[in-house]
Write a protein that binds this ligand. Structure first.
Ligand code: FAD
Length: 404
């Protein structure tokens, strides 16, 4: 009898969790599993702000996929997904086609620019290892060029971050550590550097506890960050950005670097494949299948799960993507073995937002924390995510042990 074929698209948090859970649970000849990813490595998306600022080398945030999969049970295919042909039950890759019986779409998210003019052309986004390397090198290039040029352009030393959500704040925290190092390296007076965060919402970190938000703002201001709250980015240009509080109060900020960190949407592949989606995210059924599909599961940043308590979607997080991976592995096997499917219920253990290498804010297990305690917790969370995918050996290889 032909073995059921499971194809997993994306080896990020959700996809890799699905693959590693499945490989533990299946018998040797029970199913065929293929894992497809653009690169032959997995990267910790939640660490990319560090690689982008240059406080952590990009090789520290990635590891070989082959080091965590059991090649007797999972075939890894390096390839780029173009779309899913749902009618013919096959995945179209740039490199060929893959038929499937069960499909897991775990291709992550993309930066959402909300149609703001110039952002795609002139702003960077923290999305993968390549973009992180580019941001790090671009900032360093601006500092080096400023020092080398006769006619000094101080705007080269201005870094604008669009968005004071999780990603924006974590990146600002790292910049606060990196900029003094860069100033030293390139003999630049730190007072000449400007780090500006522009946020359209009336607060930093919307949804976070106000006391923790105040702490974060004060700490980042001490590191040299200026916040422009309730201010929208209207346009990005070759020389900086245009911001405004309303139609009349419009201002241009000249900047050598603009990083857009204000929005995430689902991967374009999802809409291209004809799944009904909101900003690229599919509102999945309680068992994580795409509505109207018995054989397609969608997880991670391309999925949308509603928090019934507040009737709003859960924010896309690695925490949820990994938990979904566990449920999907269970549910696919339940389908194959004729058992009951599980309902996905997120178990939010807490959220910790880093403010640099030794500072953070967060709530974990119902307790508020700041400073080195929160920073310690953040590293525990980072190490736990490695442990869940690759066990103690991956933690030893890639873990964060510089606790204070
Ligand atoms: P990802 O982990 O992003 O993986 C997607 C995978 O799909 C990648 O390997 C990619 O290469 C691959 N892929 C994409 N397109 C294709 C294609 N066409 N063909 C083949 N492969 C493809 N969440 C938290 O819970 N806690 C945090 O502290 C936190 N901090 C964050 C900090 C930053 C700077 C950022 C950017 C995000 C942070 N998040 C955090 C959010 C979290 O990283 C995402 O929610 C999570 O990565 C989503 O997991 P995923 O499995 O959907 O996708």
């Amino acid at each position: 009898m032909r073995k059921p074929k499971i194809v997993i698209l994306g080896a990020g948090y959700g996809g890799l969790m699905t693959a590693t859970r499945l490989q533990k649970a299946v018998g040797m000849n029970e199913v065929e599993i293929q894992l497809v990813n653009k690169n032959d490595y997995h990267y910790e998306t939640t660490w990319l702000h560090e690689a982008s600022a240059g406080t952590l080398h990009h090789d520290r945030v990635r590891y070989d996929i082959s080091s965590v999969i059991d090649r007797n049970k999972v075939e890894f295919i390096q390839g780029t997904v173009v779309e899913v042909n749902r009618d013919e039950k096959k995945v179209i890759l740039e490199e060929g086609e893959l038929p499937y019986d069960y499909l897991v779409v775990a291709v992550g998210g993309e930066s959402e620019t909300f149609g703001i003019k110039g952002l795609k052309e002139y702003a960077f986004s923290i999305v993968n290892v390549n973009s992180a390397r580019q941001i790090r090198d671009h900032i360093e290039y601006q500092f080096a060029t400023y020092q080398a040029e006769e006619d000094k352009k101080e705007e080269r030393l201005t870094i604008v971050v669009g968005g004071a959500g999780f990603t924006g704040i974590e990146f600002l925290g790292e910049l606060g550590n990196r900029v003094p190092e860069l100033c030293k390296e390139y003999d630049i007076d730190p007072h000449k550097v400007k780090i500006i965060c522009v946020e359209a919402a009336p607060t930093v970190l919307p949804g976070f506890d106000p006391e923790l938000v105040n702490y974060a703002v004060a700490q980042l201001e001490k590191k040299g960050v200026t916040f422009m709250i309730g201010t929208a980015v209207k346009e990005a240009t070759e020389t900086g950005i245009i911001v405004g509080k309303g139609e009349d109060e419009v201002e241009e900020i000249k900047a050598g670097t603009v990083v857009w960190a204000a929005g995430v949407r689902g991967n374009a592949i999802v809409e291209k494949s004809g799944f009904e989606a909101m900003r690229g995210r599919v509102k999945v059924q309680p068992d994580l299948r795409a509505p109207g599909h018995d054989d397609v599961f969608i997880i991670g940043d391309s999925s949308l799960v509603i928090n019934e308590e507040i009737n709003r979607p859960y924010p896309p997080t690695a925490q949820i993507a990994m938990q979904q991976g566990v449920t999907v592995a269970h549910n696919i096997l339940a389908l194959i073995r004729g058992k009951e499917l599980e309902t996905f219920v997120p178990d939010i253990k807490g959220t910790v937002c880093s403010l640099g290498h030794d500072d953070a804010i967060g709530v974990a297990f119902g307790k508020k924390m700041t400073g080195s305690t929160a920073s310690f917790m953040k590293k525990v969370i980072d190490n736990r995510s490695l442990y869940m995918v690759g066990g103690p050996s991956l933690v030893l290889k890639k873990g964060k042990f510089n606790i204070f």
